[in-house]
Design a protein. Sequence first.
Length: 101
Amino acid sequence: MRNDQVPNAYIGAGGGWPMADLAPDAPPGAHYAQEIARRVRTAMTERGLSQQELADAAGVGQRTVSRVLLGDVYCDVATLARLEQALRVSLYPADWFTREL
């Protein structure tokens, strides 16, 4: 990722991850990571799942779920697929390539 920092390093003014606006120089990956974190958090809340319950259902570690939610990592494709399957929801912002970031 061309030496990008972790996604939450690009938080701009106001708020915390993942709801804060990102800095103008944030790379596209940080915007994607933020939207994935938002979607995971929303799906977990709607389903009443804890991080551990989601981790168990997805076959990933609880720390992995935590790091995605906190913006400490860029979610890899395999983890994203497992989370989508466990939550039965699309997490990848596929239509974002048309958005101006």
